[in-house]
Unconditional design. Structure first.
Length: 378
Protein backbone atom coordinates (compact mmCIF):
# COMPACT_ATOMS: atom_id res chain seq x y z
CA UNK A 1 0.00 0.00 0.00
CA UNK A 2 1.39 3.39 -1.02
CA UNK A 3 0.68 5.92 1.73
CA UNK A 4 -0.10 8.73 2.04
CA UNK A 5 -2.43 8.91 -0.96
CA UNK A 6 -4.99 11.54 -1.90
CA UNK A 7 -8.19 11.76 -3.86
CA UNK A 8 -10.35 14.73 -4.78
CA UNK A 9 -13.88 15.16 -6.07
CA UNK A 10 -16.23 17.98 -6.99
CA UNK A 11 -19.64 19.01 -5.74
CA UNK A 12 -22.49 19.19 -8.22
CA UNK A 13 -25.56 21.11 -9.23
CA UNK A 14 -28.51 19.47 -10.99
CA UNK A 15 -29.90 22.00 -13.41
CA UNK A 16 -32.94 19.94 -14.43
CA UNK A 17 -34.36 16.49 -13.78
CA UNK A 18 -33.58 15.52 -10.18
CA UNK A 19 -35.66 12.67 -8.71
CA UNK A 20 -37.11 11.67 -12.11
CA UNK A 21 -33.57 10.60 -13.06
CA UNK A 22 -33.87 7.77 -10.51
CA UNK A 23 -36.72 6.39 -12.66
CA UNK A 24 -34.82 6.34 -15.94
CA UNK A 25 -35.49 9.86 -17.20
CA UNK A 26 -32.70 12.21 -18.33
CA UNK A 27 -31.24 14.96 -16.17
CA UNK A 28 -28.93 17.90 -16.79
CA UNK A 29 -26.09 18.42 -14.30
CA UNK A 30 -22.68 20.00 -13.83
CA UNK A 31 -19.72 19.73 -11.50
CA UNK A 32 -18.92 22.62 -9.16
CA UNK A 33 -15.52 24.12 -8.25
CA UNK A 34 -16.20 23.40 -4.59
CA UNK A 35 -15.40 19.96 -3.40
CA UNK A 36 -13.84 17.51 -1.02
CA UNK A 37 -10.39 15.99 -0.50
CA UNK A 38 -9.60 12.64 1.10
CA UNK A 39 -6.16 11.58 2.29
CA UNK A 40 -5.37 7.96 3.16
CA UNK A 41 -2.68 7.56 5.83
CA UNK A 42 -1.33 4.66 7.87
CA UNK A 43 -3.41 3.62 10.87
CA UNK A 44 -4.00 0.71 13.23
CA UNK A 45 -6.99 -1.60 13.34
CA UNK A 46 -10.07 -1.49 11.10
CA UNK A 47 -10.15 1.13 8.35
CA UNK A 48 -11.93 4.28 9.42
CA UNK A 49 -12.73 7.82 8.33
CA UNK A 50 -11.80 11.00 10.18
CA UNK A 51 -13.91 14.07 9.42
CA UNK A 52 -15.77 16.74 11.34
CA UNK A 53 -18.89 15.92 9.32
CA UNK A 54 -18.83 12.13 9.05
CA UNK A 55 -16.66 10.76 11.87
CA UNK A 56 -19.63 9.93 14.13
CA UNK A 57 -21.64 8.33 11.31
CA UNK A 58 -21.21 4.52 11.42
CA UNK A 59 -21.81 4.39 7.67
CA UNK A 60 -18.51 6.19 7.08
CA UNK A 61 -16.47 3.19 8.26
CA UNK A 62 -18.50 0.94 5.95
CA UNK A 63 -17.83 3.30 3.04
CA UNK A 64 -14.06 3.15 3.65
CA UNK A 65 -14.11 -0.64 4.02
CA UNK A 66 -16.11 -1.19 0.83
CA UNK A 67 -14.01 1.28 -1.15
CA UNK A 68 -10.85 -0.50 0.01
CA UNK A 69 -12.23 -3.88 -1.00
CA UNK A 70 -13.24 -2.50 -4.42
CA UNK A 71 -9.62 -1.63 -5.23
CA UNK A 72 -8.13 -4.80 -3.76
CA UNK A 73 -6.99 -3.53 -0.36
CA UNK A 74 -7.53 -5.07 3.04
CA UNK A 75 -9.89 -2.76 4.97
CA UNK A 76 -7.56 -2.24 7.91
CA UNK A 77 -4.54 -0.25 9.06
CA UNK A 78 -5.61 2.81 7.11
CA UNK A 79 -7.28 6.07 8.12
CA UNK A 80 -8.95 8.33 5.56
CA UNK A 81 -8.95 12.00 6.55
CA UNK A 82 -11.52 14.21 4.86
CA UNK A 83 -11.56 17.96 4.33
CA UNK A 84 -14.68 19.36 2.71
CA UNK A 85 -15.95 22.64 1.33
CA UNK A 86 -19.39 21.15 0.67
CA UNK A 87 -22.29 21.64 3.08
CA UNK A 88 -24.18 18.42 3.76
CA UNK A 89 -27.86 17.92 3.07
CA UNK A 90 -28.44 20.88 0.75
CA UNK A 91 -28.30 19.21 -2.66
CA UNK A 92 -24.74 19.88 -3.82
CA UNK A 93 -23.51 16.28 -3.81
CA UNK A 94 -21.52 16.03 -0.59
CA UNK A 95 -22.10 12.27 -0.17
CA UNK A 96 -21.14 11.50 -3.77
CA UNK A 97 -18.04 13.68 -3.51
CA UNK A 98 -17.11 11.78 -0.35
CA UNK A 99 -17.54 8.45 -2.12
CA UNK A 100 -15.46 9.50 -5.14
CA UNK A 101 -12.70 11.17 -3.13
CA UNK A 102 -12.32 8.21 -0.73
CA UNK A 103 -12.35 5.78 -3.66
CA UNK A 104 -9.68 7.79 -5.48
CA UNK A 105 -7.47 8.02 -2.41
CA UNK A 106 -7.62 4.27 -1.81
CA UNK A 107 -7.18 3.48 -5.51
CA UNK A 108 -4.04 5.63 -5.46
CA UNK A 109 -2.85 3.76 -2.37
CA UNK A 110 -3.38 0.50 -4.27
CA UNK A 111 -1.53 1.83 -7.32
CA UNK A 112 -4.63 1.81 -9.50
CA UNK A 113 -6.32 4.36 -11.74
CA UNK A 114 -9.90 3.45 -12.55
CA UNK A 115 -11.60 3.92 -15.90
CA UNK A 116 -14.55 6.31 -15.94
CA UNK A 117 -17.38 3.78 -16.02
CA UNK A 118 -15.76 1.62 -13.33
CA UNK A 119 -15.15 4.59 -11.05
CA UNK A 120 -18.69 5.93 -11.43
CA UNK A 121 -20.20 2.46 -10.89
CA UNK A 122 -18.21 1.83 -7.70
CA UNK A 123 -18.90 5.33 -6.38
CA UNK A 124 -22.62 4.86 -7.03
CA UNK A 125 -22.59 1.69 -4.91
CA UNK A 126 -20.74 3.57 -2.19
CA UNK A 127 -23.20 6.47 -2.30
CA UNK A 128 -26.02 3.95 -1.81
CA UNK A 129 -24.68 3.45 1.73
CA UNK A 130 -26.03 6.93 2.46
CA UNK A 131 -28.94 7.30 0.03
CA UNK A 132 -30.35 3.84 -0.65
CA UNK A 133 -31.34 4.23 -4.34
CA UNK A 134 -29.04 6.79 -5.99
CA UNK A 135 -29.28 7.36 -9.73
CA UNK A 136 -25.54 7.74 -10.22
CA UNK A 137 -25.73 11.33 -11.42
CA UNK A 138 -24.02 12.76 -8.33
CA UNK A 139 -20.98 10.44 -8.55
CA UNK A 140 -20.75 11.18 -12.28
CA UNK A 141 -20.59 14.92 -11.61
CA UNK A 142 -18.18 14.42 -8.71
CA UNK A 143 -15.86 12.32 -10.85
CA UNK A 144 -16.10 13.99 -14.24
CA UNK A 145 -17.00 17.64 -13.83
CA UNK A 146 -18.25 19.56 -16.84
CA UNK A 147 -21.86 20.01 -17.91
CA UNK A 148 -23.67 16.90 -19.15
CA UNK A 149 -26.91 15.07 -19.85
CA UNK A 150 -27.28 11.90 -17.79
CA UNK A 151 -29.51 8.84 -18.11
CA UNK A 152 -29.32 6.10 -15.50
CA UNK A 153 -28.09 2.72 -16.69
CA UNK A 154 -25.33 0.12 -16.49
CA UNK A 155 -23.27 1.94 -17.52
CA UNK A 156 -25.08 5.29 -17.46
CA UNK A 157 -25.38 7.31 -20.66
CA UNK A 158 -23.42 10.55 -20.25
CA UNK A 159 -23.34 13.13 -23.04
CA UNK A 160 -21.75 16.60 -22.93
CA UNK A 161 -23.92 19.69 -23.09
CA UNK A 162 -22.23 22.85 -24.38
CA UNK A 163 -24.11 26.06 -23.55
CA UNK A 164 -23.80 28.62 -26.35
CA UNK A 165 -23.68 31.53 -23.90
CA UNK A 166 -22.84 31.88 -20.21
CA UNK A 167 -25.52 30.47 -17.90
CA UNK A 168 -25.55 32.96 -15.02
CA UNK A 169 -26.77 31.06 -11.96
CA UNK A 170 -27.22 31.83 -8.30
CA UNK A 171 -27.26 28.96 -5.83
CA UNK A 172 -29.04 29.90 -2.60
CA UNK A 173 -29.15 27.66 0.43
CA UNK A 174 -32.29 27.19 2.47
CA UNK A 175 -32.58 27.06 6.21
CA UNK A 176 -33.50 23.40 6.69
CA UNK A 177 -31.14 20.77 5.26
CA UNK A 178 -32.70 17.36 4.76
CA UNK A 179 -31.46 13.88 3.95
CA UNK A 180 -31.59 13.18 0.23
CA UNK A 181 -32.15 9.54 1.09
CA UNK A 182 -35.33 10.41 3.00
CA UNK A 183 -36.63 12.42 0.04
CA UNK A 184 -35.82 9.60 -2.39
CA UNK A 185 -37.50 6.95 -0.23
CA UNK A 186 -40.55 9.13 0.36
CA UNK A 187 -41.02 9.60 -3.37
CA UNK A 188 -40.60 5.88 -3.96
CA UNK A 189 -43.41 5.14 -1.51
CA UNK A 190 -45.70 7.61 -3.29
CA UNK A 191 -44.74 6.17 -6.70
CA UNK A 192 -45.59 2.65 -5.51
CA UNK A 193 -48.97 3.90 -4.26
CA UNK A 194 -49.80 5.83 -7.49
CA UNK A 195 -47.52 4.60 -10.29
CA UNK A 196 -49.51 5.93 -13.25
CA UNK A 197 -49.69 9.47 -11.87
CA UNK A 198 -46.00 9.56 -11.04
CA UNK A 199 -44.90 8.05 -14.36
CA UNK A 200 -46.79 10.83 -16.15
CA UNK A 201 -45.04 13.43 -14.01
CA UNK A 202 -41.65 11.82 -14.70
CA UNK A 203 -42.38 11.93 -18.44
CA UNK A 204 -43.19 15.63 -18.16
CA UNK A 205 -39.89 16.19 -16.34
CA UNK A 206 -38.05 14.37 -19.15
CA UNK A 207 -39.61 16.66 -21.75
CA UNK A 208 -38.61 19.68 -19.67
CA UNK A 209 -35.01 18.44 -19.41
CA UNK A 210 -34.73 18.04 -23.17
CA UNK A 211 -36.25 21.48 -23.72
CA UNK A 212 -33.81 22.97 -21.24
CA UNK A 213 -30.76 21.27 -22.77
CA UNK A 214 -31.72 22.56 -26.22
CA UNK A 215 -32.26 26.04 -24.81
CA UNK A 216 -28.82 26.01 -23.16
CA UNK A 217 -27.09 24.89 -26.33
CA UNK A 218 -29.00 27.51 -28.34
CA UNK A 219 -28.17 30.26 -25.87
CA UNK A 220 -31.86 30.93 -25.17
CA UNK A 221 -31.77 31.97 -21.52
CA UNK A 222 -35.45 32.90 -21.42
CA UNK A 223 -36.44 29.40 -22.57
CA UNK A 224 -34.06 27.82 -20.07
CA UNK A 225 -35.61 29.94 -17.31
CA UNK A 226 -39.06 28.71 -18.31
CA UNK A 227 -37.75 25.14 -18.11
CA UNK A 228 -36.55 25.84 -14.56
CA UNK A 229 -40.01 27.08 -13.62
CA UNK A 230 -41.78 24.09 -15.20
CA UNK A 231 -39.43 21.69 -13.47
CA UNK A 232 -40.10 23.34 -10.12
CA UNK A 233 -43.86 22.98 -10.60
CA UNK A 234 -43.39 19.28 -11.39
CA UNK A 235 -41.15 18.79 -8.35
CA UNK A 236 -43.86 20.34 -6.19
CA UNK A 237 -46.38 17.92 -7.72
CA UNK A 238 -44.02 15.05 -6.89
CA UNK A 239 -43.98 16.16 -3.24
CA UNK A 240 -40.23 16.76 -2.97
CA UNK A 241 -40.37 20.53 -2.46
CA UNK A 242 -41.13 22.44 0.76
CA UNK A 243 -42.62 25.81 1.77
CA UNK A 244 -39.16 27.22 2.58
CA UNK A 245 -37.90 26.27 -0.88
CA UNK A 246 -40.97 27.68 -2.61
CA UNK A 247 -40.64 30.95 -0.71
CA UNK A 248 -37.01 31.26 -1.81
CA UNK A 249 -37.98 30.43 -5.41
CA UNK A 250 -40.70 33.10 -5.32
CA UNK A 251 -38.24 35.62 -3.91
CA UNK A 252 -35.78 34.90 -6.67
CA UNK A 253 -38.43 35.32 -9.37
CA UNK A 254 -39.70 38.55 -7.81
CA UNK A 255 -36.11 39.84 -7.78
CA UNK A 256 -35.67 39.36 -11.51
CA UNK A 257 -34.68 35.72 -11.98
CA UNK A 258 -35.52 34.28 -15.41
CA UNK A 259 -36.43 31.05 -13.65
CA UNK A 260 -35.80 29.29 -10.35
CA UNK A 261 -36.13 25.81 -8.87
CA UNK A 262 -34.86 23.56 -6.14
CA UNK A 263 -31.77 21.52 -6.93
CA UNK A 264 -30.85 18.14 -5.54
CA UNK A 265 -32.90 16.49 -2.82
CA UNK A 266 -35.15 19.48 -2.15
CA UNK A 267 -37.28 20.05 0.94
CA UNK A 268 -35.07 22.66 2.54
CA UNK A 269 -31.83 22.38 0.57
CA UNK A 270 -30.56 24.50 -2.29
CA UNK A 271 -32.34 26.61 -4.91
CA UNK A 272 -30.84 27.62 -8.25
CA UNK A 273 -31.95 30.71 -10.14
CA UNK A 274 -31.05 31.86 -13.64
CA UNK A 275 -30.29 35.58 -13.56
CA UNK A 276 -28.85 38.08 -16.01
CA UNK A 277 -27.25 39.88 -13.05
CA UNK A 278 -26.35 37.06 -10.63
CA UNK A 279 -24.52 39.17 -8.06
CA UNK A 280 -27.45 41.57 -7.86
CA UNK A 281 -29.86 38.66 -7.42
CA UNK A 282 -27.64 37.14 -4.73
CA UNK A 283 -27.69 40.45 -2.87
CA UNK A 284 -31.48 40.60 -3.18
CA UNK A 285 -31.70 37.14 -1.64
CA UNK A 286 -29.70 38.36 1.32
CA UNK A 287 -26.57 36.46 0.38
CA UNK A 288 -23.42 37.19 2.31
CA UNK A 289 -21.31 34.35 1.01
CA UNK A 290 -19.86 31.44 2.92
CA UNK A 291 -19.64 31.86 6.66
CA UNK A 292 -16.76 30.47 8.64
CA UNK A 293 -17.56 27.81 11.18
CA UNK A 294 -15.87 28.12 14.54
CA UNK A 295 -13.59 25.31 15.74
CA UNK A 296 -13.34 23.86 12.24
CA UNK A 297 -10.45 21.97 10.64
CA UNK A 298 -8.31 23.28 7.81
CA UNK A 299 -9.76 24.11 4.44
CA UNK A 300 -8.83 22.36 1.23
CA UNK A 301 -9.00 25.28 -1.16
CA UNK A 302 -8.54 28.90 -1.96
CA UNK A 303 -10.70 30.85 -4.44
CA UNK A 304 -7.61 32.42 -5.95
CA UNK A 305 -5.76 29.22 -6.78
CA UNK A 306 -6.29 26.04 -8.75
CA UNK A 307 -4.84 22.58 -8.76
CA UNK A 308 -4.35 20.42 -11.84
CA UNK A 309 -6.70 17.62 -10.85
CA UNK A 310 -9.71 19.46 -9.51
CA UNK A 311 -9.04 23.13 -9.04
CA UNK A 312 -8.52 22.75 -5.31
CA UNK A 313 -5.51 23.19 -3.07
CA UNK A 314 -5.09 22.81 0.64
CA UNK A 315 -4.82 25.82 2.88
CA UNK A 316 -3.44 25.30 6.37
CA UNK A 317 -4.96 28.47 7.75
CA UNK A 318 -8.43 28.87 6.34
CA UNK A 319 -11.27 26.79 7.80
CA UNK A 320 -13.91 25.36 5.46
CA UNK A 321 -16.69 27.67 4.33
CA UNK A 322 -20.27 26.78 5.10
CA UNK A 323 -23.39 28.53 3.85
CA UNK A 324 -25.50 30.63 6.15
CA UNK A 325 -29.25 30.26 5.79
CA UNK A 326 -29.23 32.75 2.94
CA UNK A 327 -25.83 32.32 1.32
CA UNK A 328 -25.44 32.13 -2.42
CA UNK A 329 -22.93 31.30 -5.09
CA UNK A 330 -23.25 32.91 -8.49
CA UNK A 331 -22.27 30.63 -11.37
CA UNK A 332 -21.69 31.47 -15.02
CA UNK A 333 -21.06 28.83 -17.65
CA UNK A 334 -18.27 29.82 -19.98
CA UNK A 335 -16.29 28.33 -22.83
CA UNK A 336 -12.89 29.32 -21.50
CA UNK A 337 -10.88 30.44 -18.48
CA UNK A 338 -10.82 33.87 -16.93
CA UNK A 339 -7.94 35.96 -15.71
CA UNK A 340 -8.43 34.51 -12.24
CA UNK A 341 -7.51 31.02 -13.40
CA UNK A 342 -8.99 27.90 -14.96
CA UNK A 343 -10.56 25.05 -13.02
CA UNK A 344 -9.32 21.82 -14.55
CA UNK A 345 -12.63 20.04 -14.20
CA UNK A 346 -14.14 22.54 -16.57
CA UNK A 347 -14.89 25.58 -14.47
CA UNK A 348 -13.36 28.94 -13.78
CA UNK A 349 -13.96 31.11 -10.80
CA UNK A 350 -13.18 34.46 -9.25
CA UNK A 351 -14.15 35.81 -5.87
CA UNK A 352 -14.66 38.92 -3.82
CA UNK A 353 -15.12 39.48 -0.10
CA UNK A 354 -18.52 40.45 1.21
CA UNK A 355 -18.53 41.31 4.88
CA UNK A 356 -17.75 38.34 7.09
CA UNK A 357 -18.06 35.85 4.23
CA UNK A 358 -17.00 35.16 0.71
CA UNK A 359 -19.01 35.56 -2.48
CA UNK A 360 -17.84 33.26 -5.25
CA UNK A 361 -18.48 33.67 -8.97
CA UNK A 362 -17.73 30.47 -10.83
CA UNK A 363 -18.05 29.21 -14.39
CA UNK A 364 -19.43 25.83 -15.44
CA UNK A 365 -17.40 25.29 -18.59
CA UNK A 366 -19.09 24.02 -21.72
CA UNK A 367 -16.72 21.12 -22.22
CA UNK A 368 -17.19 17.34 -22.22
CA UNK A 369 -16.90 15.41 -18.97
CA UNK A 370 -13.43 13.97 -18.42
CA UNK A 371 -12.58 10.49 -19.64
CA UNK A 372 -10.42 8.32 -17.45
CA UNK A 373 -8.04 5.60 -18.60
CA UNK A 374 -7.07 2.57 -16.59
CA UNK A 375 -3.52 1.89 -15.49
CA UNK A 376 -2.33 -1.53 -14.35
CA UNK A 377 -2.61 -2.43 -10.69
CA UNK A 378 0.65 -2.69 -8.84
Amino acid sequence: MKLPARGRAAGKVILLGEHAVVYGRPALAAGLPLGLEAEAVAGHGPARLESDGYADDPRSARLVAEAAAAVGLEPRDVVVRVRSELPAGVGVGSSAALAVAVLRALAAAAGRRLVRDEEVAIATRLEAIFHGHPSGIDPAAAALGGCFRFVRGTPPVIAPVRPAVPLPLVIAFGARPRSTGAAVMGLRARWEAEPARHEALFDAVATTVEDGARAAEAGDLAALGRAFDRNQALLEALGVSAPEVEALVARARASGALGAKLTGGGAGGAVIALALAPERLAAALGADGWRKRSRAPASISSPRSTRAATGMRRSRRTPPWRPSTSSSIACSAASGPTSSGAWRSGCWRSSRRTGAGRFITTGLAARPPRSRRISPSS
